[in-house]
Design a protein around this ligand. Structure first.
Ligand SMILES: [Zn+2]
Length: 558
């Protein structure tokens, strides 16, 4: 089924959702440990069941599923008495361009002693940021640029010894710190932004490359090839660009490890040896003999408008100062190429976080009005590259310099109560002190994420707030299950990653135990309430990469 193009449809589709979730979140009845969360998780269940139903078609931006979702949110914010947060509207239009690359693309590699072709899907994935119906790269010299990083502050430049203008660059995923596990290289095992694939394409474009291909390896990427092939196929959505993204490389894509090794072999080079060399300071880029790359792709291009949903409780004393909760409402929609169940319901990811915005709105409405404004922002197109939050951060409804904090929720815990609260991107800001205080009331402990090499801090919406300097907290339940222990908790998380993450199997299950999610929500509520009635502006810790921009924007505060 084709996607429905929505061009600023103004009519409101009222969702008939059977019984509407109860508006009463039993917030007042918590005991001294703050652990009475029965009705919070009941309300979560009710919202998630609807948001993740097949009727909502996996909530892809600019589809009927979007219409149902955004109107569901607007309706429930209205019922709770929470007003619009974008002037007099609950919606903030986000102009997007949807590109669908034909799946018959073939990548050719040709040298005097080597010739091979690689098929879309199994052997490579290609796409483009250029918002054009056809892009092509022909006979482009191929260069291995190691990790593809230019980091002046670390005295690291993988492009120093080579001019890659119009060439095809092959790039390793993650960064040299992960590769060597050397704490003195980058951030050791913790991924820096230089390790993210988004960065690598940005840098390749700055260097003038025609094509940029990242070698997929499951360890350093943090996910398997199926995640690459499923998330890169089908419609790809970007913010509409006046210059059609002409400054990006024509082709961006991925090679499987097997494909990469074959191409290096074909050039008489050893991939594994060069990979090791690339993690050492002073590495210089290596041309792949006389091999040249050619690939053409055809895209269907459509423009449409998606919406962020914004609701707010105005501050009584300092309304220009705000605390912003975020959760992405979107997920991956429907993939007609998949046989059988092809609806990506995104129940955990992120109907749970979206539902939590409604729960939190309800909890705050039952309190005395806050001194600062509390904003509930459900963003679109997170799965397409954090686009809705990027749009908001570039076009904020509330001034950036007086936005006190962002608290992001993505994929809440469905496995019951946990002793631990995990901070993604730990040791970043003073918000973690607030979290510690709230967690200790619940007799829980705060810990750093177990897999910082996966770069989760750069993979959800809070990152766009951090980029403009706003201290942003992204936490989640850990795996230390109160009822079943740590091993069990870790097994549940692993099972989700292996079998349901970004797959049609991420479906709502009435058996979910949302008591842990409810506890997490209460933590966020405590932090936001405290901040909303304070004059404090929590800061980034010394040495954090976002501190400088916050320091310069905070001078603009009245
Ligand atoms: Zn998510």
């Amino acid at each position: 089924m084709g996607k429905i193009l929505l061009i600023q449809v103004c009519c409101i589709v009222l969702v008939s959702c059977g019984e509407s979730p109860s508006n009463e979140t039993d917030d007042a009845n918590s005991d001294s440990t703050g652990n009475s969360t029965t009705s919070i998780d009941q309300v979560l269940h009710e919202h998630v069941a609807i948001l993740a139903s097949d009727e909502f078609e996996g909530r892809a931006p600019a589809t009927q599923g979007e219409e149902l979702t955004i109107n569901y949110l607007r309706e429930h914010f209205e019922q709770l008495g929470v007003g619009p947060g974008n002037g007099d509207s609950y919606f903030q239009p986000v102009a997007v361009t949807e590109l669908t690359t034909a799946s018959d693309a073939v990548l050719y590699m040709q040298g005097s002693d080597y010739e091979a072709s690689f098929n879309y899907g199994e052997e490579m994935m290609v796409g483009t940021q250029q918002q054009l119906p056809y892009v092509t790269v022909q006979g482009s010299e191929v260069v291995f640029v190691g990790y593809g990083i230019v980091a002046p502050e670390r005295n690291w430049d993988d492009y120093a010894a080579v001019d890659v203008t119009d060439k095809t660059v092959i790039i390793l995923v993650n960064d040299p710190g992960y590769a060597t596990q050397d704490d003195n290289l980058f951030n050791g095992n913790s991924m820096t932004y230089y390790g993210r694939w988004t960065y690598k394409y940005e840098e390749a474009a700055r260097q003038g490359a025609a094509a940029a291909l990242i070698v997929h390896e499951t360890g350093p990427a943090g996910y398997g090839w199926e995640v690459v092939s499923s998330s890169w196929s089908g419609p790809q959505i970007g913010l509409e660009a006046a210059d059609l993204n002409g400054d990006r490389a024509e082709i961006e894509g991925w090679l499987t490890l097997d494909s990469a090794e074959a191409i290096f072999d074909g050039a008489g080079l050893n991939y594994q040896e060069l990979k090791t060399a690339a993690a050492q300071p002073g590495f210089e880029a290596v041309p792949l003999g006389d091999i040249q790359a050619s690939v053409s792709i055809e895209n269907s291009v459509r423009t449409s408008t998606s919406q962020n949903v914004i609701a707010a409780i105005p501050g009584t004393e300092r309304p220009a100062e705000s605390i912003i909760y975020t959760a992405h409402w979107d997920h991956l929609g429907v993939n007609p190429e998949v046989e059988g169940d092809n609806i990506y319901n995104g129940a955990a990811d992120n109907a749970t976080g979206t539902a939590a915005l409604l729960v939190l709105a309800d909890m705050h409405m039952q309190q005395d009005p806050p001194e600062r404004t509390i904003v509930f922002l459900a963003v679109t197109a997170e799965e397409s590259g954090l686009l809705g939050s990027q749009w908001y951060a570039e076009n904020p409804s509330y001034p950036i310099e007086t936005t006190v904090a962002n608290i992001n929720m993505d994929n809440l815990n469905t496995f019951g109560r946990m002793r631990d609260v995990v901070v993604v991107g730990a040791s970043s800001s003073e918000l973690e002190n607030y979290l510690e205080d709230a967690a200790s009331v619940q007799d829980r402990y705060v810990t750093a994420e177990p897999n910082p090499e996966r770069g989760y801090y750069y993979r959800s919406d809070h990152f766009n707030f951090a980029k403009v300097g706003i201290p942003a907290l992204y936490a989640e339940s850990g795996e230390d299950s109160i009822e079943y222990g740590r091993e069990w908790g870790a097994a549940q998380a692993q099972d989700y990653t292996d079998n349901r993450y970004h797959a049609p199997g991420d479906e709502y299950d009435p058996e979910w135990d949302l008591s842990g999610a409810a506890e997490d929500i209460r933590l966020y509520f405590e932090i936001a309430t405290r901040l909303a009635n304070s004059t404090d502006f929590p800061e980034w810790f010394e040495g954090n990469e976002f501190k400088a921009i916050r320091d310069s924007s905070s001078s603009a505060r009245p």
